[in-house]
Ligand binder design. Structure first.
Ligand code: SF4
Length: 231
């Protein structure tokens, strides 16, 4: 399935989100390596819980690949408890760390072309497209557009993309419509997340939404005189 986005429409969305929420200063981690750990740990949990798990790890070992790999699996899992699914995540983290060391660490990985690096990441147990793209964008500074559930929900409601389209079709649509720039893509993703948490929630708060004038869901409700969702 091929998806397309209109560049002018997408830019209007960005401008309104940026005006409403401002610069987001993502990703909230200290080093590229922590970004990568966080990208795995944040699967199905909030960043707050990831922070707690990272703090526990920091208190136990040096936060580097060799030290974490040398940790017995059950000890690693125990430190990851705050992030949920801790046994599963310990297994995924161990698989990633083993691959990371085999490849020669950050400098060696960063020397790879984006397509090769992405393909390598996707070959690691437990790393799917969203996690790989989080790492590529925020740890390696590559212009790769991250598609998450918030992106699907927002652009589906805006009537600009089919929310259930395959990941690669959606990623392709954004990357074709928005000039390749890692910093800008990072800001885009952060703004989508901010908006999904603030207004375009599972039960949307349309009455306060900066995208209201662009959104068919809101316009339909206004046309039939029904109140927009609000808190
Ligand atoms: S108007 Fe409502 S449905 Fe549309 S983007 Fe805003 S919050 Fe989401």
């Amino acid at each position: 399935m091929t998806c397309r986005l209109d560049t002018a429409q997408v830019e209007r969305v960005y401008e309104r989100l940026f005006d409403a929420y401002g610069e987001q200063h993502w990703w909230p981690a200290d080093t590229p390596f922590e970004v990568m750990l966080g990208a795995i740990l944040t699967q199905n949990t909030s960043w707050q819980n990831v922070e707690k798990a990272l703090d526990r790890l920091r208190g136990a070992v040096l936060l580097d690949a060799e030290s974490l790999l040398s940790m017995p699996r059950e000890v690693l899992a125990d430190h990851l408890r705050p992030a949920g699914y801790y046994n599963l995540k310990a297994g995924r983290l161990a698989a990633f760390l083993a691959w990371y060391c085999e490849q020669g660490g950050y400098a060696a990985l960063n020397a790879l072309e984006t397509a090769e690096l992405r393909s390598g990441l996707l070959g690691v147990h437990g790393i799917g497209p969203e996690t790989a793209d989080d790492m590529l964008l925020y740890a390696f500074g590559r212009p790769v557009f991250v598609i998450d559930a918030y992106t699907r929900r927002l652009f589906g409601r805006l009537g600009m993309l089919p929310p259930d389209a395959p990941y690669e079709s959606l990623r392709g649509a954004f990357e074709a419509a928005i000039p390749a720039d890692a910093r800008h893509y990072g800001e885009w993703h952060a703004l989508i997340v901010a908006h999904a948490k603030s207004a375009c929630r599972s039960r949307p708060v349309c009455a306060e939404c900066p995208l209201r004038g662009l959104c068919p869901a809101a316009l339909r409700q206004e046309a039939v005189g029904r109140p927009l969702y609000s808190n």
